[in-house]
Structure formats: C-alpha cells, structure tokens
Write a protein that binds this ligand. Structure first.
Ligand SMILES: N[C@@H](CCC(=O)N[C@@H](CS)C(=O)NCC(=O)O)C(=O)O
Length: 222
C-alpha cells in the first residue's frame, strides 16, 4: 500500500469518534486534510453518499470511503507504522473489546451532557463513574498507558473521553478520576502531542458551546 494515498477525514469539531481517527493520523505522522461538517444540519449529498449510517468520521482514502472509527483505526494501523495494536492475537482481541467499552462510555458522557432532568443526569453520571472504575481494573499495573509504557490503539480510543472529562471536571467541579492509576493514564493521554493536535485550537470553547446548546441539567445547574 502506497504511503502517498490522499487522505481526507470528514469530521465534526466536537465528535470524539472523529477525534480518534485524527489522533491515529497524528501519531503516525500521516498527512491528511480535514473536512468539517456541522452537526445537526442537513448534510450535503456527497456526505450522504459516502456515509451509510449518516455519521462522522469517514476517512476517504484515494476516493474510497471508510466509516466507523474503530474500523478506520484498524485500517490505519495495518497500513502505517508504528503499529499500535499488540501483535499477540489474544491481547489484540482483548483491547478491541475494551475499545468497545470506550465507545459505550463516550455515549454515557454525551447522555450526561444532554440529560434534562436531575434524576437522569445523576443516573448516567453514576453509570459513567462505574464504567471508569471497571476500566481502571483492566489497566496494566505499570503506568501510564493501558498496556503500561506502550501507547496503543486502545489508548487512542479512550483519549477523546478523557479530553472531554477534563473540561467537564474543570468547568463543573466534577471528579471522575479519583483512582490514581486512572488519573495517571488520563494525564499521560492529555499530554501527548497527537492528542493535543487532534482537535481544533479552540476546542474547549467549541465543546462548551455544544454543552451550552444542549441545555441539559448539567449546564443549568451552574
Ligand atoms: N460508531 C460510530 C459512532 C459515530 C458517531 O456517533 N458520530 C456522531 C457524531 S460524534 C454522528 O455523526 N452523528 C450523526 C449526527 O449527529 O448527525 C463510530 O465509532 O464512528
């Protein structure tokens, strides 16, 4: 596979799943262009034609669209060095499974922002915390990343969650990462250049605009 493929990432500025693809592209130092669409709008016909589920991200590789963030990550990992997935099939399978947990927790984080009623908000906040506590038990005892010192695709999948949680913790005085191992992981992920460069420069502002627009219990409880 040629490394001179033309890559275009179709994204929303606030989408954590699209951010995963950007992190992998940055980590592997692959040249790519980003096309931002606006969430909630009727999307252009060209996008509907390449996104069967109507969702971002879509990575267009020399004109061929690849959708679903986990699939995009695996494609990039097969084609571009350095390989981020473990080589051992059992370890790889296990980490693919934990990447699914990351998607589930991103869903909880989203629900926490958009929940209108306090009861629903509290329930989903507890579910998110319980999920994070479960993830903490799966982390290698050696810090800082999921597998210890080696940054892997599973870290890519979780990083957008921690980017958002760190903003929510700061703005709304929450604390999801009382577990020191989880906190060390989150700190290490947020410090990575590939993570920092995977979002627009004013990401916090863009994300908080999305939170405010969601008009949920969280923003109204301030
Ligand atoms: N399972 C998908 C989830 C992608 C997803 O939910 N994308 C959202 C934005 S973060 C989306 O495009 N939703 C459609 C819309 O908002 O119109 C993946 O991992 O790529």
């Amino acid at each position: 596979m040629s490394k001179s493929n033309k890559l275009q990432l179709v994204s929303f500025k606030v989408c954590p799943f699209a951010q995963r693809a950007a992190i992998a592209l940055q980590e592997k130092k692959i040249a790519y262009e980003t096309e931002y669409l606006v969430p909630g709008e009727d999307q252009p016909a060209w996008f509907k034609a390449i996104s069967p589920l109507g969702k971002v991200p879509v990575l267009v590789v020399d004109g061929t669209p690849v959708f679903e963030s986990a699939v995009i990550l695996e494609y990039l990992d097969e084609v571009y060095a350095p390989q981020l997935h473990p080589i051992d099939p059992l370890m790889k399978a296990r980490q693919r499974a934990w990447m699914e947990v990351a998607s589930e927790l991103l869903g909880k984080q989203y629900q926490m922002i958009v929940s209108k009623e306090q009861a629903a908000f509290e329930t989903v906040k507890q579910e998110l915390q319980a999920g994070l506590d479960r993830v903490a038990t799966a982390l290698n005892s050696e810090e800082p990343f999921f597998n210890g010192t080696q940054f892997a695709l599973v870290d890519v999948a979780f990083a957008p969650l921690f980017v958002r949680l760190s903003i929510l913790e700061k703005v709304f005085k929450l604390n999801f990462q009382s577990n020191p191992r989880l906190r060390a992981w989150s700190t290490a992920l947020l410090a990575k250049d590939s993570v920092k460069n995977s979002v627009v420069a004013n990401f916090e502002e863009v994300f908080m605009m999305f939170v405010k627009k969601s008009d949920g219990y969280l923003v109204n409880s301030l």
